[in-house]
Ligand binder design. Structure first.
Ligand SMILES: Cc1cc2nc3c(=O)[nH]c(=O)nc-3n(C[C@H](O)[C@H](O)[C@H](O)COP(=O)(O)OP(=O)(O)OC[C@H]3O[C@@H](n4cnc5c(N)ncnc54)[C@H](O)[C@@H]3O)c2cc1C
Length: 391
């Protein structure tokens, strides 16, 4: 890895200033308060403002709805949005699915949805997990049965994050229950208007959903790729989500995997630093104690290591860093760190209490850290598969 300093050209410096100004204008206190209340990972005004600048697909040419940005500029954009705590879950899922639509969708489907993706009017969520299948994605049971030019879809998905703000779900269905489990699957870009969406709130305050597909009818033009070969269609977005972009034509995740939870942890560290620098009535400051300094420095180091970590290991390191740092900073600061936002004596607007709750979920979504360890063992270390796979 090259840790060298990058010299930025004038155009990139100007772009960076534009992004910072954008964040000040559009990632407002109202946007952040709304996100805290709803946990939905999305703000329509912000999303459309990004679309208006071509920043939903920043590296795409301007004539196709992008901004003609360089990869470095795109990385600056994402880093600034993250640092401002902009709600970006639905931007991430939409960007993740788009390459599969481009690769496997019919021309008619692409014409209908792609311009809307670039402008911010069309958004995608991920419909993989079901009540009985999460890590074992290919065990999905949601049925799709052909009926003339349409498909009838029946089943239930769990944790379809952002469904309430999306027009389509990238939906994993079973079309052939007789075939081995990876071979009887078909993917759809399923319109959501007939589906019933019921909210779930997590411990970390995120909003996600149960989505019920009750004999909904979907025209065949929404099918992505060949019937019964959905696993092949799913692999691009799945590998990208698992930080394996070298295997895929799908967009890598919105951050370097290691950086994923760094911004939340940095905010926690800032809160702990402010606490450590404040004096009690006798003029004593926690930061004057070398043991306090050591623990703060350890948290800063952990965050830094996570931020520069890449690939599936980066995702594991980032999640485990967030859990450890949240716990350690809470322990250091003491009982006031337990107070949530809104309580009179809460410090840093309750960020440490929030970080502690939020960090736990990071080990689950997008694949659990156990599954990432399996990926590292099997695909990087060449160890045998952890268990024989049925089908
Ligand atoms: C906030 C949130 C948002 C989410 N968003 C989405 C979304 O948008 N779309 C979507 O489709 N899903 C989403 N998910 C679902 C998420 O991907 C699954 O929860 C996750 O893959 C785990 O599946 P599961 O919950 O069924 O747990 P299980 O797979 O039942 O796992 C239970 C436990 O067993 C362990 N385990 C399971 N299999 C193995 C194995 N082979 N080796 C070692 N350990 C194993 C797991 O690590 C875990 O600790 C979301 C989940 C959350 C919490």
């Amino acid at each position: 890895m090259d840790f060298g300093v990058i010299d930025l050209d004038e155009e990139t410096v100007a772009f960076w200033a534009e992004v910072r100004a954008f964040c000040q204008t559009h990632v407002t206190k109202e946007v952040l308060d709304e996100e805290f209340e709803t946990g939905s990972g999305f703000n329509e005004g912000l999303h459309k403002a990004l679309g208006a600048r071509g920043w939903i697909l920043p590296t795409w040419p301007r004539q196709e709805g992008g901004a003609g940005a360089t990869p470095l500029q795109a990385a600056i954009l994402d880093a600034e949005l993250r640092a401002a705590h902009a709600p970006l879950i639905t931007l991430g899922t939409t960007r993740n699915v788009l390459p599969a639509v481009l690769r496997w969708g019919t021309d008619e489907l692409k014409k209908a949805v792609v311009p809307g993706v670039a402008s911010g009017d069309v958004r995608f969520c991920l419909g993989y997990t079901e009540p009985d299948s999460g890590s074992d994605i290919a065990a999905a049971k949601t049925r799709a049965v052909r009926d003339g030019d349409e498909w009838v879809i029946d089943g239930q998905k769990m944790f379809t994050t952002g469904a309430q703000n999306c027009q389509y779900s990238f939906l994993l269905t079973r079309t052939n229950p007789e075939a081995p489990k990876h071979k009887g699957l078909t993917m759809f870009l399923c319109p959501l208007e007939q589906a019933e969406i019921r909210p779930i709130r997590t411990l970390g305050g995120e909003r996600t959903n149960m989505v019920f597909y009750d004999a909904i009818r979907v025209p065949d033009r929404y099918r992505l790729g060949p019937v019964d070969q959905g696993w092949m269609v799913l692999l691009g977005p799945l590998n990208a989500e698992h930080a394996m972009p070298e295997d895929t034509d799908s967009a890598p995740p919105i951050d370097q995997p290691g950086g994923m939870y760094g911004y939340s942890a940095v905010e926690g560290l800032e809160v702990a630093l402010a606490w450590a620098r404040s004096a009690d009535p006798d003029g004593r400051r926690p930061i004057d104690d070398p043991l306090v300094r050591e623990r703060l420095a350890q948290a800063a180091l952990d965050i830094e290591v996570a931020t520069v970590s890449t690939g599936p290991a980066g995702r594991v390191i980032s999640s485990e860093m967030a859990i450890r740092v949240a716990e350690d900073l809470m322990d250091l600061v003491g009982p006031r760190a337990l107070l949530p936002r809104g309580e009179d004596a809460a410090i840093g607007e309750g960020w440490l209490e929030y970080l502690h709750r939020f960090a736990q979920g990071t080990a689950t979504y997008g694949g659990t850290t156990d599954i990432f360890r399996n990926i590292i063992a099997e695909r990087f270390l060449g160890l045998p598969r952890q268990a024989p796979r049925a089908g």
